[in-house]
Structures are given as C-alpha cells and as structure tokens.
Design a protein around this ligand. Structure first.
Ligand SMILES: Nc1ncnc2c1ncn2[C@@H]1O[C@H](COP(=O)(O)OP(=O)(O)OP(=O)(O)O)[C@@H](O)[C@H]1O
Ligand SMILES: [Mg+2]
Length: 460
C-alpha cells in the first residue's frame, strides 16, 4: 500500500468512528464520503448515497435548502445551520450542520458537512408548540357540518349532563379523544382529573395492578402508585382502544364494573374502539357484555371520506391554527390541491389532513398559498399510487392525472418513472431480477427506486 493510500484508508476509518455525521460531495454534488453516523441519522444504506447526486437521493424544498449545495454555490462556510429534509422513504430528518467548502489550489473541488441529528428534539419542540393542552378541547374545536358529525356532537353534549359510561367509535384519527375531552370539559367533572389509559399497551399481568391495585389483598398501602381509578377520582377515566384488550382482561374489567355501586370510586368511564363495535364483537375482539355495559351512550364519529363536504372548513381551521403557531400568513390552498383533497380517501382521517397541512407549512417558501409541490413527499406518493393504481385510467390520460395544470418537470419525471417501473414490475410478476434486466439497470438501482417512490406490490 502506498503511503498516501494508507493515509486515505486511515482517514476513512476515522470518519467511520466519529459520533458526528460526515458527508462530503464533489463540486458536481456527487457524494464522495458518507460515514456511519450520517447513515444512521438519515436512515440510508451506503450504496443508496455514495456516487449519487444529492438531489437524486434527498428531497429538499428548494436547492437552497441543502446546506451542502448552498456552500458549493456561495463558496462560504455556514455554521450551525438547521436543515429539514426527507430521505428516500419520505421520512423527515432535521440536522444542525457545519458546512465548509473544500479548495485545492484555489479551485473549489467540493464541500464537507458535519451534522448533528436533532430530528427528535425538533419533533418534541413542534409537538410542544402546537399541542393544545387537552383541557382546551371543547365542542367548539370539533369542526364540520355533516349531519352525522352533528348528531355525534349532539349526543356528546347530552352526555355532559350525567355520568353514564360513554363508548366512542370511529376510525383512526377521527377525533375520538377530542370527543372524550370535550365531554369531560363540558361536564361537572371538568375540574377533576381526566386520565387516559391506552389498552393496547396493557399486558396481562399489569391490568389488575394498574386498574385495581389499591384493592389487592396483601398489598401494603404506601409503597404502590395509586390505581387508575384512584387517580381519576371525581373525574373521568378513558380506556382507549378497548378492543385491543385481550378477552380475558375484558372479562376481568367486566367483573369489576359489575360490582356497580359497591365501587369505592366516583369515576366516569369512557372507552374508545377504532372499528365498528359490532364487527369487533362478531370477530371476538370485544366482549358483548362489556360492550353493553360501556355503551350506555354510544357516539359514532364518521370518517373524513364520508364527509368530504366538510373539507374546506377543516382546511381553513388548520390553516388558521398553523398561521398562529408559525406566525405566518397563509391564505389557503390552491384549487388543484383542494381537488386532490376531494379525490383522496383519507385513511388517516382528520389527523392525516392536519399533518399534511402542517407539512406543507414547512415547505412553502414565500408564497401565501399551498400548492401541489408544497405537499409532503410521502403524501404526494400516496396520491400518485391512488391515481396510478386505478385500472380504469386510460394510459393516454397519464399526462393529466392530477389535473391539466403543468407541473414542475422534475415531478413529472418522477411520476413517469414510478408509473413505468410499476408497469414493468407487474409485467414480470414483481420479479426484481427480471425487471431490472429488462429496464437495463442493476437490481440495487431498481430496489433503490422502488423504495424511493414507495412502490408497493399492493398498489397494482
Ligand atoms: N372534527 C375535528 N375538527 C378538528 N380537529 C379534529 C377533528 N377530528 C380530529 N381532529 C384533530 O385530529 C387529531 C386526531 O384526533 P384524535 O387524537 O382525537 O383522534 P383519535 O380518533 O383518538 O385517533 P386514534 O384512533 O389514532 O387515537 C387531533 O389533532 C384533533 O384535534
Ligand atoms: Mg386516540
């Protein structure tokens, strides 16, 4: 090994062991060094990044957003710059970077970035920033005019006048906890605790301890945490996702409730199920007797897809909220985006819509309206799937999938690529080797693209 080769090799080893992310690109934007820590931060494999152009691998909302490319352009170092971007799986990453241009004989030959991962910190800050204290949830924060939603609100309001158990049913993200809080906050119990227990995280051996602990024989008072009922004394206990509780535990719960007025607690019990309770009973996930006991009042929250007329009002509500939180002045969403929202199925319901709008707020530059290219990458991929997956779509229509508006070339090429790869995969019955061969690319490259565009088998 030449002395210079040995030195290079050793430098590479140093980079691998550093606890900061290191990413070096050449003057064309191609990755030359990408160390272990950087791979960890960005959740990428080395072959996905090395020798590839940065813009092919990561999604920034503009070239300016990449601190590495910015330094290539300005030839000036930047210190402590926060950067938020997306990896090929559409996962959001936030780092703090120090970035330096690299000169050789006064010629710019590349740039180096030293990065610290602050994704988690950023999330916590953001959650903290716009998570309303649940005590502020009232019926006024439930948005929508659809008659089924209004019925649900009516039932909820009536339930504030007594202490009967309430069962709240709705798909994920429809606002079940929002309803539970609203009822509590509008009831005479508002000044007492609201305690939530997620049932999916309760294990067999824990349930009794957690719920009834201070009841157990032989337990010495003082050395135990108070049970949930004790904690919720005078207030409300919400048993979230009760259908995820094993039947044996549901039985125990039922026995406990059956003691009725013997119970030493004054606690209102509410429960949620994230599916139709009748299906849950039929398929053995919900004990019929427990259902009867809890559903003295039942509230059914409609899915977002069944009340799409409410979309404009909900969109406006979230835009107002995020304007407030981010101190921005967004006017609304473009017609194209509204059309897309109307066509989409919203499997994650209102929460998904909230996240899409929040994501767009992070991607808009100086515009005051949200356009298609501001929507979070992952959401755009899902839209694409739904559109491409529709068999009835004529192939010549492909150009016009999301309206006839002209979109950025980069986006169009991405869509075309996704579409063609999907077709080829289908043709070869999802055999990666054969498909890669017919497309004239390596298996690795094809797999990279499948991940990049989030192509799934069931999208066909
Ligand atoms: N009708 C609505 N109006 C305004 N915001 C809503 C509405 N429904 C839900 N949200 C918002 O959507 C998010 C999800 O609501 P919530 O947590 O109550 O849903 P959930 O049904 O409990 O979801 P999961 O089943 O995933 O636990 C919250 O931020 C909530 O404020
Ligand atoms: Mg919930």
């Amino acid at each position: 090994m030449l002395e210079s080769e040995k030195r290079l090799y050793m430098y590479e080893k140093v980079a691998e062991h550093l606890e900061s992310g290191v990413h070096v690109i050449d003057s064309t934007g191609r990755t030359i060094i990408y160390n272990r820590k950087m791979r960890e931060i960005e959740g990428m494999e080395i072959e996905d990044v090395l020798d590839k152009n940065l813009l092919d691998v990561f999604q920034f909302h503009s070239e300016e957003e990449s601190t590495l490319l910015k330094v290539l352009n300005t030839k000036e170092p930047t210190l402590n710059m926060k950067q938020t971007y997306f990896n090929i799986n559409g996962i959001e990453i936030t780092t703090m970077n120090d970035t330096f241009p690299i000169f050789h004989d006064e010629v710019l030959i590349g740039a180096i970035e030293i990065a610290r991962d602050i994704t988690k910190l950023e999330k916590v800050m953001r959650d903290h920033m716009h998570k309303r204290p649940s005590s502020l949830y009232t019926f006024d924060s439930i948005i929508g005019q659809h008659h089924r939603l209004q019925d649900a609100i009516e039932t909820g309001k009536r339930a504030t006048r007594n202490s009967s158990p309430v069962l709240i049913c709705g798909e994920i993200g429809t606002g079940k906890e929002l309803f539970a809080h609203s009822i509590h906050n509008d009831s005479a119990r508002a000044n007492h605790p609201f305690i939530t227990q997620n049932c999916s995280s309760l294990r067999d051996d824990m349930l009794e301890e957690i719920l009834f602990q201070d009841e157990q024989e032989g337990s010495s008072p003082g050395d135990q945490r108070p049970s949930l009922f004790q904690q919720a004394q005078g207030g409300t206990l919400l048993l979230d996702e009760i259908n995820s509780l094993p039947p044996s535990l549901q039985e125990k719960l039922l026995n406990f409730f059956s003691r009725g007025t013997d119970l030493p607690y004054d606690v209102r019990v509410m429960a949620t199920v994230n599916e139709d309770p009748i299906d849950a009973i039929a398929e053995g996930r919900l004990l019929k007797e427990l259902y009867y006991r809890l559903s003295i009042v039942s509230i059914f929250i409609p899915s977002l897809r069944s009340r799409k007329d409410d979309l404009p009002e909900i969109v406006k509500y979230f835009i107002d909220q995020f304007n407030h939180h981010f101190a921005m002045n967004m006017k609304g969403i473009s017609k194209e985006v509204m059309d897309i929202f109307h066509q989409y199925d919203w499997p994650g319901n209102v929460r998904e819509l909230e996240h899409v709008i929040e994501g767009a707020f992070n991607l808009v530059g100086f515009e005051d309206e949200i356009h298609f290219n501001h929507l979070p990458f992952g959401f755009r991929q899902r839209i694409l799937h739904t559109a491409v997956g529709e068999e009835k779509q004529d192939e010549s229509d492909f150009l016009y999938q999301s309206g006839t508006e002209i979109k950025p070339l980069e986006l169009f090429i991405e869509e075309a690529e996704t579409y063609y790869i999907q077709k080829s995969l289908k043709h070869h019955d999802f055999n990666i080797t054969k498909t890669a061969k017919s497309l004239g690319m390596s298996r690795q490259n094809l797999q990279y693209r499948i991940r990049k565009y989030g192509i799934e088998r069931n999208a066909f």
